[in-house]
Design a protein around this ligand. Structure first.
Ligand SMILES: C[S@@+](CC[C@H](N)C(=O)[O-])C[C@H]1O[C@@H](n2cnc3c(N)ncnc32)[C@H](O)[C@@H]1O
Length: 139
């Protein structure tokens, strides 16, 4: 088992404290969030009612762009930096739905995100997925 597949337990799994990736999951309509995250999300929505729409629009952009890159452009290697908690359809599901041999590396620096990602972001037999714990600011 190498660094990309080793399951690290999140040291910061404090469900009583709002967490940005789980708030985003709530905005997307996901189930990987807790009351503290939902309360924080509702507070954000109170001052920015479009926050949920913005999150869903961002997610739709990722899907649309991946479809275009895998389909029309023919890209077969994807690097998703700032993966977030998985929300179907995930990038590899879209890319490998078009090209089963596509390879996807997910990168995030959040241990909670990585535990979800390593459990759920599994590849087609022909392709590959990997999840890396890394920081965008340290390319
Ligand atoms: C809003 S979520 C994005 C989810 C997904 N990419 C999407 O478009 O739906 C942002 C993610 O970026 C991650 N992130 C923030 N700063 C980062 C950094 N410096 N390096 C790697 N990941 C980072 C967070 O942990 C979080 O999971």
């Amino acid at each position: 088992m190498d660094e990309s597949t080793a399951v690290k337990q999140p040291s910061d799994l404090n469900v009583g404290q709002p967490h940005s990736a789980r708030i985003y999951d709530y905005f997307l309509g996901g189930k990987d969030n807790f009351p503290a995250d939902r309360e924080a999300a509702e507070e954000i929505l109170a001052v920015e009612p479009d926050a949920g729409f913005i999150a869903r629009t961002n997610r739709a952009f990722v899907a649309r762009t991946t479809r275009w890159l895998a389909g029309e452009v023919g890209v077969r290697q994807f690097l998703d930096v700032g993966t977030g908690i998985p929300a179907s359809p995930n990038l590899h599901e879209i890319a490998q739905g078009i090209a089963p041999e596509a390879r996807v590396v997910y990168v995030d620096n959040d241990s909670i995100v990585l535990v979800h990602a390593r459990a759920l972001l599994t590849s087609t037999p022909q392709g590959r997925t990997a999840c890396l714990d890394a920081d965008l600011q340290n390319p």
